[in-house]
Design a binder for this molecule. Structure first.
Ligand code: ADP
Length: 467
């Protein structure tokens, strides 16, 4: 494999240190990765700061042209990137390929948006205009579950609206991002996008850096809260996309054979390591047994293997820490519910866990209350709609949720009462670059995507003109 570099001030730069990146399907070292020190982080921020005035002065159209060129160059290397993504992240190649198509689409569609001046008032005597100005240097901090698409959302929103960026991928999945930085470097002026990699040690330095104007973060709620605290000194702007414990509510008229596979896919996508994955399923008591049996059948039939192998449906957990966490949760669940599928760990050095379905579990069990972020799904029974809505909302999270029914009006009435940023009816994980998404309660602050997402990368600048 060609060596990887950091991107600082238009130079592909070796790290001051290196670290090994592991393929989670084999447990073996996949590549050596550069690791930045504090000085390199400071250099990256300084470069972004220097590049900001000229970048901010360009038109949206000029910035868009460069971002589209990056998208085209990425599209031309889609297979190479998908394969590298599978090797470092673990997800099956078909999911990695989808993530790469999504990345190209985000770069293009999100950069097609533009925040024009708005006239807020226009009378005989005065005119009031809202003009939006970019903020400065944006820190883009991303997790290891969807390394490419999440980076694309952050950098496209920041760059097209006139900000410069220092990006920091998660320590276990930096490779696709660093390879992508090479493409960006061929199309952007020096310093506009910088990328460093760390061993989970540079985040606090970046988020407290006085020359960072905004932090765009996706990751766990615990880390999100730490970041929020670190912004207080300089009142940095902040977008946080955090954890979720999304409920799927299945109404009593749902068709078991067609809905169960969608629930299963929504829970097991990326081995359950998706903030918006289905984390709890509530089924009406009249259909409880049938749904449990069907979900268990799907789990038993699922092919769990190295994502690089054809036919694999579920890959390994992304890293050892997450694997250990999910295993502990499953072991704890044995005494709190009935495991009707999975609950086993295939032999070998990879971080594999068979998809696990748990029934007859109490709402107070940790598997129901906390975000499992792994291939383990609790299935719960309910009697009345009011009861299930209350239970679905009884969580500090509020990211997403789904409602399943043959009657979409009935489902809509339920969806309106779910306390979350997004709800899907009879589908899951549809996200459009031009539609905003964000979390309620402790699932986040602010939104990403859409014009609203772009607006969060700008200062609202009001100009009064006396006629
Ligand atoms: P996880 O616990 O699953 O690894 P995190 O939310 O901690 O997820 O990590 C998401 C991203 O946040 C990673 O890029 C990680 O390096 C970074 N990070 C971790 N701790 C901090 C911190 N205190 N400040 C800023 N970024 C951090």
């Amino acid at each position: 494999m060609e060596p990887f570099h950091l991107l600082i001030d238009g130079q592909m730069t070796p790290g001051s240190m290196t670290m090994d990146i592991v393929n989670p399907a084999t447990g073996k070292v996949l590549a050596e990765c550069p690791r930045a020190d504090a000085q390199q982080l400071n250099d990256a921020v300084a470069a972004a700061k220097r590049a900001f005035p000229a970048w901010a002065k360009l038109t949206y159209a000029a910035r868009r042209t460069m971002i589209h060129a990056i998208a085209d160059a990425l599209a031309a290397r889609l297979e190479e990137f998908a394969s590298l993504l599978t090797s470092e992240q673990g997800k099956p190649l078909h999911e990695a390929t989808k993530e790469m198509y999504g990345s190209v689409a985000i770069l293009k569609m999100l950069s097609n948006l533009e925040l024009e001046d708005e006239v807020l008032k226009d009378t005989k005597t005065e005119k009031v205009i809202r003009h939006r100005t970019p903020l400065g240097v944006v820190a883009a901090i991303t997790p290891w579950n969807n390394p490419m698409t999440l980076l694309m959302v952050k950098i496209t929103s920041a760059l097209v609206s006139g900000n410069t960026v220092v990006a920091k991928p998660a320590p276990t999945t930096p490779l696709t991002n660093l390879r992508f930085a090479e493409i960006c470097n061929a199309h952007l002026p020096p310093g506009v996008l910088n990328m460093i990699a760390d061993a989970n040690d540079l985040g606090p330095l970046l988020t407290s850096h006085l020359d960072i104007a905004k932090i765009s973060f996706t990751g766990s709620t615990i880390t999100g809260k730490k970041i929020l605290q670190s912004t207080a000194d300089s009142l940095k702007r902040l977008t946080l996309e955090l954890g979720g414990n999304d409920a799927a509510i299945v109404l009593d008229d749902a068709d078991v054979k067609s809905v169960a596979p969608k629930l299963f896919a929504g829970a097991m996508l990326n081995a359950g390591q998706v903030c918006l994955a289905i984390k709890r399923v509530y089924v009406h008591e009249s259909q409880y047994d049938e749904f449990c049996d069907e979900l268990a059948r799907l789990a038993d039939a699922a092919i769990v293997d190295d994502g690089a192998k054809q036919g694999t449906q579920i890959g390994p957990l992304q890293n050892k820490m997450q694997y250990d966490k999910v295993r502990t949760l499953i072991e704890e669940t044995r005494s709190q519910g009935t495991i009707i599928a999975g609950g086993t760990y295939p032999d070998g050095a990879g971080y594999f866990i068979r998809p696990t379905i748990v029934r007859d579990i109490d709402d107070n069990a940790r598997l129901v209350r906390e975000e499992q972020f792994g291939p383990v799904l609790p299935v719960l029974s309910y009697t009345t709609i009011d009861d299930v809505i209350e239970r679905a909302n009884a969580t500090e999270y509020g990211l997403g949720g789904t409602v399943w029914s043959a009657d979409s009006d009935r489902a809509l009435a339920v969806a309106r009462q779910i306390d979350s940023g997004t709800v899907w009816i009879n589908t899951h994980m549809m996200l459009h670059p031009d539609v905003p998404a964000g979390g309620a309660k402790q699932s986040g602050m602010g939104v990403e995507l859409g014009r609203e997402g772009l607006a969060e990368h700008t200062q609202s600048h009001i100009i009064y003109v006396l006629k």
